[in-house]
Design a protein around this ligand. Structure first.
Ligand SMILES: [Zn+2]
Length: 282
């Protein structure tokens, strides 16, 4: 049980890189469930992709500044409550503290289930201007078939699952979750992009796999990230201590080294915003 769950979670980080990079233009920013917000304060989103599909963002501009976005997935499934009650730590406050101490902006992709388990931490992360919180589904089920052994969300329940996660984030105290969605396992297809399109989210993938899931060698994780990062990169990592025990230590290497190389840490929203702006200019 643990073995299969661990294998699944490890593989989850290795989901297929996107092949569909949405066109950039000044789309109509959408904030699900928050009608009436002034447009000026709406977070940036990408315009819909081809045929109106949910746009997919995998990395920022390669040419406009040396930005890098660290992203942290807060995975938790509906049936892991008993393990959490028995002492398994799906949270990672030390990692969050390190990001704060080193003043590193970051984007958290939180499952609704994680926010229910750790509402105080979800709220604190959500209210910290250093961070932003986005949606990683309610219970980390896959939105395609054959996604690393994850159970599958039926198409007719996909939108409800995303909405349920947004509701759980808000209920925990994340007042303004970003309208970004990370597919569990990074698995998506045309059907899932079409199904989620009316919700107005931008799907966020990555271009650098940290390999931090169940890693035992922090240096290897740091090396993999440092070898992979290019200007505009989005790095996928995890903020679940039991599933990513070396990530915090790896960060203490990664962060100063990338700063030495002239990289600036940003949130995904900044990369999406500048991509949208450059698309609008061209
Ligand atoms: Zn995940």
């Amino acid at each position: 049980m643990i073995t299969s769950a661990r294998r699944r979670a490890a593989l989850c980080a290795l989901g297929a890189l996107t092949t569909v990079l949405a066109g950039c233009s000044s789309g109509d920013p959408a904030t699900p469930g928050r009608p009436g917000r002034p447009a000026a304060s709406a977070p940036p989103t990408l315009a819909p992709g081809p045929a109106g599909l949910t746009p997919v963002f995998a990395h920022g501009s390669r040419t406009e500044g040396r930005t890098v976005a660290l992203t942290f997935d807060a995975d938790m499934t509906a049936n892991q409550g008993a393990r959490a009650a028995a002492g398994e730590r799906f949270d990672h406050p030390e990692l969050v503290a390190t990001l704060r101490r080193l003043k590193v902006p970051a984007t958290f992709f939180m499952t609704g289930r994680w926010a229910e388990e750790y509402p105080d931490q979800a709220k604190a992360i959500g209210r910290d201007p250093l961070f932003e919180v986005a949606n990683h589904s309610y219970s980390h089920h896959a939105f395609t078939r054959d996604c690393y052994g994850l159970p599958t969300v039926p198409p007719e329940r996909m939108r409800a699952d995303v909405d349920r996660a947004f509701d759980a984030l808000r209920k925990a105290g994340v007042e303004r979750p970003m309208p970004y969605f990370r597919f569990p396992g990074g698995c998506y297809d045309e059907r899932s992009l079409r199904t989620l399109a009316p919700g107005g989210v931008t799907a966020v993938q990555w271009d650098v796999v940290s390999g931090d899931a169940f890693a035992t060698d922090a240096d290897a994780v740091a090396r993999q990230v440092l070898d992979g990062v290019r200007p505009g990169s989005v790095v996928v990592m995890h903020c679940t201590r039991s599933a990513a025990p070396t990530t915090e230590r790896a960060l203490r290497t990664i962060i100063p080294k990338l700063r030495e190389r002239g990289f600036r840490f940003v949130k995904v929203s900044e990369q999406i915003g500048s991509k949208r702006a450059s698309g609008a200019r061209s």
